[in-house]
Design a binder for this molecule. Structure first.
Ligand code: NDP
Length: 379
C-alpha cells in the first residue's frame, strides 16, 4: 500500500463503524479520514471527530446540528446535517467508503456513492436486499467496486478471488443459529427482548442481533449473496455452524470446496476490505490450533425459524417482494425492540405483508424503491 487511503465511514457510531475505526486506530500510517457520519448520537460523533480529525462530519438528524457544531468549533472540521448532506458527502471521492448505516436508511448514500463510482465496503445488507437489482448494474456502469464486509459474504469473496465464475457449483453461508438454536418452537413464543439481544457469538447492533435471533438475517444474507455473486437460488444455501469459525464455503464443479475461517470478530472481514487488494497486519486474537477445534454443521429448521423460510421464498422472486420483506421486517423488529409486539409476531407481520403484496408500484428506479418501501411502512 503506498500513501494513506482516504476513507469515509457512514454509520461511524455503530457496531461496524466502531470496529472499522478501531482498525484505523491501529494503522494510523495507512489511513486518513475524509468523513464520519451518525444519525443522532452527536456526542459520540464529536468524540470520534476530535480523535480522528476528518475533513467533515455529517449528522443525519438535523436537530443535532447545533450541539455538534458547538462541540467541534475551532477544529477546522466541516459540520453538515441532514439527508441531502449525507448523499452529497457520499459522492465526494475517497479511496474507500465504508457503508455501515443500519437498514434502508443506508440506501441513499450507497446509491449516490455507486453513481459516483466509489469503492464501497458494504456492511449495510438491506440496501442490496431492496435495491440489488439497481445497484449491481449501476456499479458496473459507473465503475464502482463493492467489497462485502458482512462476514459470510466477505468469506465467499475471499474464496472466489482467484476462481472462475463458471466453475462454481454452490455457495453456502454459515449461521450460528442465534440465541434460540437449542429452544423448541413452544419455548420461543415468549422470549424477551433481553434474551433475543444475547447473541452467543457476535457483538452487533440491535437490529441485526434480532434478525439473527429470528434468522431473518440469514435469509437477507442469501438475497444479498445472490446479488453480490450473481447466483440463482438453486446455487445458494445456508447451514447452521454453531462455532462461527467457518463463515462461508464455495463448492466447485470438480468436487473441491474452499472455506474461509476466522474468529467471530467483525474486524477480520473489515480488515480485509480496508486493506484490499493487500492484507493488513492483524493485531487481535487468533485461533489456537494447538487446541482441539470443533466444527459442527446442521441444516436450518425452516419451521422453527419462519423468517428464514419467508426470505428464502422471496429469494429469486421479484424485487418488489424483497422490498416488502425488508420493510416489514424493519418495522416489526423496531416494534419488538420497543416492547410493542412479541418475538413470534415478527414473522407473522412479515408474512402478512408479503401476502398483501404491493399496490402496483414497480421498483424500476431508485425513487420507486423508496416509494414502495415508504408505502409498506405506512401500511
Ligand atoms: P448499529 O445499530 O450498531 O449502528 C448503525 C449506525 O447507523 C449508527 O452509526 C447510527 O447512528 C447510523 N444510523 C442509524 N439510522 C440512521 C439513519 N436513519 N440515517 C443515518 N444514519 C443512521 O448497526 P450495526 O453496526 O450493527 O449494523 C450496520 C449494518 O451492518 C447493518 O445493515 C447490519 O445488518 C450490517 N452488519 C452488521 C454486523 C455487525 O457485526 N454489527 C455484521 C454484518 C453486517 P446513531 O449512532 O447516531 O444512531
Amino acid at each position: 500500500m503506498t500513501g494513506k487511503k482516504r476513507l469515509s465511514v457512514f454509520g461511524a457510531t455503530g457496531s461496524v463503524g466502531s470496529s472499522t475505526l478501531s482498525l484505523i486506530r491501529e494503522h494510523p500510517d495507512k489511513f486518513a479520514l475524509h468523513a464520519l457520519s451518525a444519525n443522532s448520537d452527536y456526542h459520540s460523533l464529536a468524540q470520534l471527530a476530535q480523535e480522528f480529525q476528518p475533513s467533515c462530519v455529517v449528522i443525519a438528524d438535523e436537530a443535532f446540528y447545533t450541539p455538534l457544531s458547538e462541540r467541534l468549533s475551532g477544529l477546522g472540521i466541516t459540520v453538515l446535517a441532514g439527508q441531502k448532506a449525507l448523499e452529497e458527502v457520499a459522492t465526494q471521492k475517497v479511496d474507500l467508503l465504508v457503508a455501515a448505516i443500519v437498514g434502508l436508511a443506508g440506501l441513499a448514500p450507497v446509491w449516490r456513492a455507486v453513481e459516483a463510482g466509489q469503492n464501497i465496503a458494504l456492511a449495510n445488507k438491506e440496501t442490496l436486499v431492496a435495491a440489488g437489482h439497481l445497484i449491481m448494474p449501476a456499479a458496473e456502469k459507473n465503475g464502482a467496486t463493492l467489497l462485502p464486509i458482512d462476514s459470510e459474504h466477505n468469506a465467499i469473496f475471499q474464496c472466489l478471488r482467484y476462481e472462475s465464475q463458471a466453475d462454481i457449483k454452490k455457495i453456502i453461508l454459515t449461521a450460528s443459529g442465534g440465541p434460540f438454536r437449542e429452544m423448541s418452537i413452544a419455548e420461543m413464543q415468549n422470549v424477551t427482548i433481553e434474551q433475543a439481544l444475547l447473541h452467543p457469538n457476535w457483538s452487533m447492533g440491535p437490529k441485526v442481533t434480532i434478525d439473527s435471533a429470528t434468522m431473518m438475517n440469514k435469509g437477507l444474507e442469501l438475497i444479498e449473496a445472490a446479488w453480490l455473486f450473481d447466483r440463482g437460488a438453486e446455487k445458494l444455501d445456508a447451514i447452521i455452524h454453531p462455532q462461527s469459525s467457518i463463515h462461508g464455503l464455495v463448492g466447485f464443479k470438480d468436487g473441491s470446496w474452499l472455506a474461509q475461517l476466522g474468529i467471530a470478530d467483525m474486524r477480520v472481514p473489515i480488515s480485509y476490505a480496508l486493506g484490499w487488494p493487500d492484507r493488513l497486519g492483524w493485531q487481535g486474537q487468533d485461533f489456537d490450533f494447538s487446541q482441539a477445534l470443533q466444527l459442527d454443521f446442521a441444516p436450518i429448521d425452516g419451521q422453527k425459524f419462519p423468517c428464514f423460510s419467508l426470505a428464502k421464498q422471496v429469494l429469486g422472486q421479484s424485487a418488489e417482494q424483497a422490498i416488502i420483506l425488508n420493510a416489514a421486517n424493519e418495522m416489526a423488529v423496531a416494534q419488538f425492540l420497543a416492547g410493542e409486539i412479541g418475538f413470534a409476531d415478527i414473522s407473522t407481520i412479515v408474512e402478512r405483508a408479503l401476502a398483501a403484496g404491493d399496490s402496483g408500484i414497480k421498483a424500476h428506479s431508485y425513487e420507486a424503491v423508496i416509494a414502495l418501501d415508504r408505502e409498506i411502512r405506512q401500511r
